[in-house]
Design a protein around this ligand. Structure first.
Ligand SMILES: Nc1ncnc2c1ncn2[C@@H]1O[C@H](COP(=O)(O)OP(=O)(O)OP(=O)(O)O)[C@@H](O)[C@H]1O
Ligand SMILES: [Mg+2]
Length: 162
């Protein structure tokens, strides 16, 4: 599914829709070049979950956890890590839910992961020709219908095709 995002507000709005509809335990792998809008999308997800605390990029902290919303939000940024360092973080605990309350896991620079969870969404943010962006959403072992239903009603800014 591809969605055209004219401006940063459209990216936030897509995030809000996701934050409102997604179930606990979902992992969102965010891909896209430097500055493509990954953090902006996660800021929207935080809004959709009802988190009022500002969401800032965890480039140096690796993971930021927000627990005040409908579900916990775990925001990771693997930009500075090598695949072996990522493996050592035992990220599975976030989606297996053993020691961590299940929530929404959003991972920037997920390309650095040497393995993937069993079920996940990828959102690939791509630069357009006019300073805009396109989001390409793919589901692995997960249904897209819930997401399509959540996104389509308010798609003034988001033109989408399956
Ligand atoms: N759809 C859009 N159209 C135009 N600009 C956008 C869009 N979405 C986000 N932006 C802008 O792009 C800039 C970079 O966004 P952001 O920090 O979210 O990118 P990022 O992918 O997280 O970057 P990094 O790779 O450094 O983590 C911000 O100024 C943001 O407002
Ligand atoms: Mg970022």
């Amino acid at each position: 599914m591809k969605i055209s995002l004219k401006n940063a507000e459209a990216t936030v709005n897509l995030g809000i829709s996701l934050g409102q509809c997604l179930d606990a335990g979902i992992v969102i792998l965010l891909a896209g070049d430097l500055g493509a809008g990954k953090t902006t999308l996660v800021q929207g997800i935080g809004k959709g979950l009802g988190i009022s605390e500002p969401i800032v990029s965890p480039t140096f902290t690796i993971v930021n956890e927000y627990t005040e919303g409908r579900l916990p939000l775990y925001h990771l940024d693997l930009y500075r890590l090598e695949p072996q360092e990522v493996a050592d973080l035992n990220l599975e605990s976030y989606w297996e839910g053993f020691e961590v309350t299940p929530g929404i896991v959003a991972i920037e620079w997920a390309e650095r992961m040497p393995y993937q969870p069993d079920n996940y969404l990828t959102v690939n943010l791509i630069y357009g020709n006019e300073g805009d962006r396109q989001a390409k959403i793919t589901a692995f072992n997960h249904s897209l219908s819930q997401i399509i239903a959540a996104i389509t009603p308010e798609s003034q800014d988001a033109e989408w095709e399956k």
